[in-house]
Structure formats: structure tokens, C-alpha cells
Design a protein around this ligand. Structure first.
Ligand code: IDP
Ligand code: MG
Length: 142
């Protein structure tokens, strides 16, 4: 019997990419012990983002979120390791960077800029189902 090693989709969002924080995010992922299965720098299309953020369609921050996420380059990463979905969410910290605890990516590196959407450095899948769906969007050939 083979054990399925868990995978998660991580994005260094345009704010993090523009600030040169891709390396710092990758450093924390690798220091935690997860491995990298795929890596790409890309400027997301609105179509890609509509798929990726389908669950948020209709929410007040949805349009600002798509505007923000399509505003520049991102680093897209597939990480691997047992319970890496939960583990990366813990590394990332709370969605609101002001509330995110020091020690987390968002808590250490992010802040509120008074915009309609929280710019919070990273995305991480929140369940195995989301991870499979999101990995297919960003890495269709994986
Ligand atoms: P997550 O990224 O922590 O999983 P989600 O609820 O999936 O958070 O929201 C997706 C993204 O939308 C967040 O990372 C953040 O950039 C933005 N966002 C979520 N909730 C709000 C909000 O209440 N106000 C502004 N932006 C938000
Ligand atoms: Mg989410």
C-alpha cells in the first residue's frame, strides 16, 4: 500500500512578490521541512482568479481581490509533506495581517494598508479538495 503524500498550493501574492519576499516565504516552507514539487512565476489572468476564488464570488472584497491578484506577478508553488495544508496555514497566520500573530508570515511581513482587500502576502489551500482543485488551475500539467 502506498501512502499519498499531501500537497498544497501556495501563492506569494503580488504584494509579497513586489516586495521581494518570495525567497523568504520559500525559506520558511523549507525550514519547516516541506519540499517543493513545482514552482512558477506568472501574472494571473482574471479567468484563472475567478476559478481560484470561485467560493468568494459576490462578497464585497471579491472584485478588489481579483484586481489585486491580477495586478502583478506571483510565485506559485506546490509544496509537499504530511499535513502540509494545515502546516502551511499555521505558517501563514490569520487572514487579517494586523491580527496575524508575530512569528507567522502575515504577522511578521504583512500589515493593513487601508484598502478594500487585505493584502496579506500569501495564499495557502485550506483542504485537500481545495488543494487538488487549485493545483489543477495553476499547474495543469502536474
Ligand atoms: P485565506 O487567504 O486566509 O484563506 P479567504 O477567506 O479565503 O482567506 O479570503 C481570500 C483572500 O481575500 C484573503 O487572503 C484576503 O486577501 C481577502 N479577504 C478575505 N476576507 C477579507 C475581508 O473581510 N476584507 C478584505 N479582504 C479579505
Ligand atoms: Mg482561502
Amino acid at each position: 500500500m502506498t501512502t499519498q503524500i499531501e500537497r498544497s498550493l501556495v501563492l506569494v501574492k503580488p504584494d509579497g512578490f513586489a516586495r521581494g519576499l518570495s525567497g523568504e516565504v520559500l525559506r520558511r516552507i523549507e525550514a519547516k521541512g516541506y519540499t517543493l514539487a513545482a514552482l512558477a512565476v506568472t501574472t494571473p489572468t482574471r479567468e484563472q482568479l475567478a476559478e481560484h476564488y470561485a467560493e468568494h464570488e459576490g462578497k464585497p472584497f471579491y472584485e478588489p481581490l481579483v484586481d489585486f491578484m491580477s495586478s502583478g506577478q506571483v510565485t506559485a508553488v506546490v509544496i509537499e509533506g504530511h499535513r502540509c495544508i494545515e502546516g502551511f496555514r499555521a505558517l501563514a497566520g490569520a487572514t487579517d495581517p494586523t491580527a496575524a500573530l508575530p512569528g507567522t508570515i502575515r504577522g511578521d511581513l504583512g500589515r493593513d494598508w487601508g484598502k478594500k482587500v487585505q493584502e496579506n502576502i500569501v495564499h495557502g489551500s485550506d483542504s485537500p479538495e481545495s488543494a487538488a482543485r487549485e493545483i489543477a488551475i495553476w499547474f495543469p500539467n502536474l
